[in-house]
Design a protein around this ligand. Structure first.
Ligand code: ADP
Ligand code: MG
Length: 864
């Protein structure tokens, strides 16, 4: 098994351990250069670059002395001296080649000198070969965009996907026996000053931690290409970086930029975008660790409703792509950044796509702005073409072979199949080797976790311990670190992840991947104006990427819970970019407020469907964000200022200012804030928790309001949350969201108008509920279902509506099923989910039809 520890230097990226024939490789090198690589740096140029870098380092060395150089500088110094020496040696070799060869042939000459010379020559040769290999790799690293494929050096030698068996059964082999464990614990020595001892160990562990971090940084694939990368960045305004997941793109590149002075001593910042909140936070935490600074000072993060940065101090900011997009609103040229890295661009989130389009223009105005786009292998060329054929830098990664196993028959219940597979692996495969299971969402992850733990506890001590660690977008921050924790001895970690673990986060130690092959995807249907959250089969690109996660530390195995036939014939090649399958109202509003008038000619990487754009304009018109000429209104501009969806902004606006609804801003602020966290409010199941709080309530909206208000009355108490089975931390987040939304309302003057409604009279409960319901109608006029003879149906304009069912978690469902309450003719919902049925969640009954026409006559005049 190739292992990093005992691999010789230079072979880190060559797990086959195969050495290279110099002449042959020279030829390959030439061929490839001519086909793929117009070689941005000649040997000679590289040599000059090294000389310059070395002299800088020597100067530093002279000034500060060896011990005061950073590890990085020490390393660089050694490396550059070596590289230069090798280059010079090779130049000499080329001249002296013939002579040396001659000496070798006459090896019967027992002259001492020439033997040593021969010996030297041999050593040099060996080093030169390694050197050759490294240089060759570096040569491939930068390729121009006009290529027909991206070439990963040597990839053909350790092609990572190959089928060995088409079954999920795997045989026992000799090393499957679970290791016996009877390590003896070392006894602690005599009495000593306890505290001093503790401090010392703390100090030691901190020192090793820092040392380890430094070492692991130097082991990452990008480290070997540092100078070349920085050179490429210097030479080109935009650069695409392609590399295997885990090679260090996200954590290392931004640090190199800082180290090389791109922030000009704090004058500029560097922004790195992530499609996911968890990734932004977790990576920022890691990088602040690596840079040995407190998170939120030099290194920070910014995600919606949660910003950890220090103005004037933060130079490196990890943020969601959505947050950077919002910054364009206030700073259209993104002038505080000298470099922007759009990470995980292959994910093609809506925000990333829009940002790329905007950046294309910004870069024309700010020539000094550097743009890095990092991506998995797929898509790189597309990005390059988009940015005027900018270069693609290819960081050769390391990946070990992964055996792919398929099921023989399609699996009816993939959760059960996955759990069985986990225990199959756990009981037959030796430790170490952690398991990564891809699931589609939080609920599924939590249920699966429960089931696994139940089985594990039944098996008790007959199996080694299992450590189940979930990871999904809404996972509370304090639990996020768990997935990176080293797996304890005699224990196996099982990571249950959404496809956040597909590329954004790299978890070390994974040897087995279980892939049911499903993903949750938003799908917007312009004709009905509805967004459905569908669980759909993954694309081929996704499942291949997932399989690769098993091959990072050593050879691994991937168990696909679908058939080989399905892989080969049924899966789509690529996931669909979000822009072609989502509601674009927010985006259209944002672009309009940025004065992008010609939406059809905006540089989109993939243009959205015209029908979706039209529908967005229509929606925005209904919300009052656009006037009948399609121009943005004052209200529309206001909606943009809110850090939430325009629909919620409209709710707040009506609750504060509408003649028929005004005066309930405070209540709506609480509800809207709660809606941002509905997935993690309750401990355990919602129904159970609800019964602790209230016995009679008419809607989910009022339930959330009641929870929030009761918590406020308890003085934000933690015990109150525990007693009522509510997650305290979630409530803290809700309070924080509420504060931010409130600040926005104050700033826009909405709070003042709201106050003028209340006067001194106390509003009655029924009036309050009516106003609140009206406010939500004005924000979500299209999320309304109507009771017909066939149950509830959505209000489709042209076609008849879609039949929906009220989700059992809704208060309305419980009221009807258990208390026999009559159903209202109209219900407003916040979420429509397509699972086994079309479910609507978080519902608000509308007891009076006239409220609909009163609030949104454009829509309801001809429906009712
Ligand atoms: P890439 O962006 O190329 O996929 P990263 O820079 O994310 O690579 O990861 C580089 C290395 O840093 C990986 O080995 C990964 O395990 C490690 N790493 C990243 N984030 C963390 C973290 N929060 N804790 C511990 N290790 C981490
Ligand atoms: Mg990354």
């Amino acid at each position: 098994e190739p292992s990093l520890e005992n691999a010789p230097r230079g072979s880190r990226y060559n797990p086959t351990g195969k050495t290279f024939n110099r002449n042959k490789d020279d030829n390959i090198d030439k061929q490839r250069k001519s086909r793929y690589n117009p070689s941005p740096l000649t040997e000679e140029e590289k040599y000059k670059l090294w000389i310059k870098q070395l002299s800088d380092l020597e100067r530093k060395l002279k000034k500060y002395g060896w011990d005061h150089l950073s590890h990085k500088d020490q390393d660089e110094l050694g490396l550059k001296r070596e590289l230069i020496e090798l280059y010079e040696q090779r130049k000499r070799d080329d001249v002296d080649g013939f002579k040396l060869g001659h000496v070798e042939i006459n090896s019967d000459n027992k002259d001492n000198n020439s033997t040593r010379e021969k010996q030297n020559k041999k050593n040099d040769d060996k080093r030169t070969r390694q050197q050759m290999w490294e240089e060759q790799q570096m040569g491939y690293a930068v390729t121009k965009a006009n290529i027909d494929e991206i070439y990963l050096p040597e990839s053909e030698k350790y092609d990572y996907v190959f089928d060995q068996e088409a079954t999920i059964d795997f045989t026992n082999d000799s090393n499957d026996v679970l290791a016996d464990s009877n390590e003896e614990e070392e006894e602690s020595s005599e009495e000593e000053d306890e505290e001093k001892k503790m401090l010392l160990t703390q100090l030691e562990s901190e020192a090793t931690r820092i040392k380890n971090i430094g070492e692991s940084r130097r082991l990452l694939p990008v480290y070997a290409y540092r100078s070349e990368l920085m050179y490429a960045i210097k030479e080109s305004q935009a650069l695409i970086i392609v590399g295997e997941t885990g090679s260090g793109k996200t954590t290392q590149l931004p640090q190199y930029l800082v180290e090389d002075g791109y922030t000009e001593g704090g004058k500029y910042q560097i922004a790195v975008t992530q499609p996911r909140r968890v990734a932004a936070m977790s990576v920022a935490t890691r990088v602040s660790d690596e840079m040995n600074v407190v998170l939120g000072t030099e290194v920070g993060y910014s995600i919606r409703f949660d910003e950890k940065t220090t103005p004037g101090k933060t130079i490196l900011k990890y943020m969601t792509d959505g947050m950077l997009l919002r910054e364009v609103l206030t700073d259209p040229e993104l002038s505080k950044y000298s470099c922007i890295m759009i990470d995980e661009a292959h994910e093609r989130t809506l925000a990333t796509d829009v940002l790329l389009g905007l950046l294309k223009n910004i870069m024309k105005q700010r020539k000094s702005l550097k743009l890095l786009i990092s991506s998995a292998t797929v898509n790189a060329k597309k990005f390059s073409v988009f940015f005027g054929d900018c270069p693609i830098f290819n960081v050769p990664g390391r990946r070990y072979p992964v055996d792919i196993h398929y099921t023989l028959q399609p699996e009816g219940n993939y959760i059960n199949a996955a759990i069985t597979t986990i225990f199959q692996i756990h009981t037959t495969q030796a430790l170490k080797g952690d398991i990564l299971l891809f699931l589609t969402g939080q609920e599924e992850i939590e249920n699966t976790k429960e089931k696994i733990e139940e089985i594990a506890s039944k098996l008790g001590s007959r199996i080694p311990q299992l450590l189940i660690t979930p990871i999904f977008a809404n996972l509370p921050q304090e639990q996020q670190a768990n997935i990176f924790q080293k797996t304890p001895e005699k224990c196996r970690k099982v990571v249950l992840a959404t496809n956040i673990a597909e590329t954004s986060l790299t978890i070390d130690g994974i040897k087995y991947v279980i892939d049911p092959g499903f993903v949750k995807e938003n799908s917007y249907i312009p004709s009905t104006g509805m967004t459905q959250l569908l669980t759909i089969p993954c694309s081929k690109a996704s499942v291949d990427q997932r399989a690769g996660r098993a091959g990072r530390v050593g050879p691994g195995k991937c168990f696909r819970l679908f058939t080989k036939y399905s892989y080969e014939n049924e899966l789509e090649a690529m996931p669909r970019p979000e822009i072609v399958r989502t509601n674009l109202s927010n985006t259209v509003l944002l672009l309009l407020s940025l004065n992008v008038k010609d939406l059809l000619n905006f540089p989109f990487l993939d243009p959205p469907q015209i029908s979706t754009l039209t529908k967005s304009l229509e929606n925005l018109y209904i919300l009052g964000a656009l006037n009948s000429k399609g121009q943005i209104t004052e209200l529309g501009k206001m909606m943009c200022e809110f850090p939430c969806e325009p629909e919620f902004a409209k709710v707040l606006h009506s609750a504060a200012t509408h003649p028929k609804a005004g005066g309930v801003l405070e209540q709506c602020l609480s509800i809207v804030s709660m809606f941002h966290e509905t997935t993690s409010i309750f401990i355990g199941n919602k129904k159970e928790a609800t019964s602790h709080i209230v016995s009679d309530i008419s809607s989910d909206h009022l339930l959330y309001l009641k929870i929030y208000e009761d918590w406020v009355s308890s003085n934000y108490s933690r015990p109150w949350c525990q007693d009522h089975r509510i997650q305290y931390r979630t409530m803290l987040r809700v309070r924080n969201i509420r504060n931010q939304l409130n600040r926005c309302c104050v700033k826009l003057g909405l709070s003042t108008i709201n106050a003028s409604f209340n006067g001194d009279a106390q509003m009655g409960e029924n009036v309050m509920i009516a106003k609140l319901t009206k406010s939500f109608i004005s924000g979500f006029p299209l999320n309304i279902v109507k009771l017909t003879s066939g149950g509830y149906q959505t209000i489709g304009k042209s076609k008849g509506g879609l039949s929906v069912t009220i989700h059992p978690s809704s208060v309305i469902f419980q009221n009807q099923k258990e208390k026999g309450k009559k159903l209202e003719k109209f219900i407003l919902y916040q979420q429509l989910m397509l699972t086994s049925k079309e479910f609507v969640r978080d519902c608000l009954p509308i007891p009076n039809n006239l409220w609909l026409t009163e609030m949104v006559p454009q829509v309801f005049d001809n429906v009712i």
